[in-house]
Design a protein around this ligand. Structure first.
Ligand code: NAP
Length: 323
């Protein structure tokens, strides 16, 4: 993670009676891109960092697909650059987490762990979290062979053996991506039938680099400095075995961080915030950007673009309302 001793950090998270023009909830690529655009339009945004400054991208060892960095850039370093650029134009970063929102009030009211904010416009960029297996070794070896993002980390497994857990579209799509780099990709699925749609299913089955271990779950990740093997268990026979591998990619679904918006905003079946093409939620003046509203692309560049779009709309909204 990056340096928490940054300038511009207010000792108080509670603003006085004067509402903010714009509050951004979340500090990943979407949040700080939104703040950058809003700050340059003189909305003096406040960014609530949430638990994970920089969002999921900051946890990625190296990002090689964000334009402008031909040699790649560390995830935390890129997050720090996003933050610095947004702060340069007047963004204020608060190390605080939103816990409750009331979008029926005008201005909107947002409670946090440390206090309360009022704001005329809000951009939600709280992201999503990949579901974890919650097995021994998983947490310790994350970033050392355990990964939740093939497009981020696949390159590091050039000419290596990897395992993929999951049977949905994400698992198959990412497994197919991994075949570009790895010598072999073994998909471990807990049933004997894939959840994924027919096109991805047949592409995966036909790919000579991919093989399947059916009816099985991974129960432990083994390794000291990096992943060496995993223990798998056949759920039908109970038989346990070890498979040597260099990497373990886990794609068992994502959970958008939208719990605090339930009942306030329209969410889709997966819990993602529903927005229109202008990043507008069902509540005028409330926008959502990045993975919290995007179950499809989940990339730093797309999240940053959505954040910029949301801020442009927020600026227009403030101008229309004369705020
Ligand atoms: P998903 O469809 O929910 O699939 C999750 C997979 O993980 C399932 O196969 C599930 O097994 C397995 N799983 C869940 N918990 C597990 C656990 N604890 N241990 C082992 N396995 C576990 O999630 P997704 O693949 O991320 O897809 C999310 C949505 O995005 C879907 O609607 C999908 O169609 C869409 N999507 C589409 C595309 C595309 O069209 N190209 C690409 C990616 C995602 P079971 O099957 O036994 O439940």
């Amino acid at each position: 993670m990056f340096d928490l001793n940054l300038p511009n950090i207010s000792s108080s998270s509670v603003d006085g009676d004067e509402p903010l023009k714009l509050l951004v909830i979340g500090s990943g690529p979407a949040g700080f891109s939104a703040a950058l655009y809003a700050a340059r339009a003189e909305l003096a945004p406040v960014v609530l960092t949430g638990m994970e400054l920089g969002g999921q991208a900051a946890l990625t060892h190296e990002i090689e697909n964000y334009p402008g960095f031909p040699e790649g850039v560390g995830g935390s370093e890129l997050g720090e650059l996003f933050q610095k650029q947004a702060e340069r134009f007047g963004t204020r970063t608060e190390f605080d987490t939103a816990t409750e929102v009331d979008f029926t009030k005008s201005p909107f009211e947002i409670k946090t762990e440390s206090g309360e904010y009022k704001a005329h416009a809000v951009i939600i960029a709280t992201g999503a979290r990949p579901n974890h297996l919650k097995i021994p070794g998983e947490e310790e070896l994350t970033g050392r062979g355990v990964s939740y993002c093939a497009t981020c980390d696949g390159w590091f497994f050039k000419e290596k053996k990897v395992l993929v857990v999951g049977g949905g579209d994400s698992a198959l799509e990412e497994a197919l991506y991994l075949t570009r780099h790895a010598t072999s990709v073994t998909i471990v699925h807990r049933r004997d039938e894939l959840r994924a749609g027919p096109i991805l299913k047949s592409r995966a089955i036909e790919n000579p680099k991919i093989d399947f271990v059916w009816d099985s779950i991974v129960t432990e990740v083994v390794g000291d400095e990096k992943v060496a093997s995993v223990i798998i268990k056949n759920v039908k026979t109970g038989e346990e075995s070890a498979i040597e591998t260099d990497g373990l990619f886990i794609f068992i679904g994502h959970t958008p961080n939208t719990e605090i918006f339930e009942g306030q905003l329209a969410l889709d079946d997966g819990g993602y915030i529903v927005v229109d093409g202008l990043m507008q939620t069902g509540v005028e003046g409330v926008y959502a950007a990045g993975e919290v509203a995007d179950p499809h692309f989940r990339q730093v560049i797309t999240s940053a673009g959505m954040g910029a779009g949301a801020a442009i709309q927020a600026v227009r909204y403030m101008e229309e309302k004369g705020l």
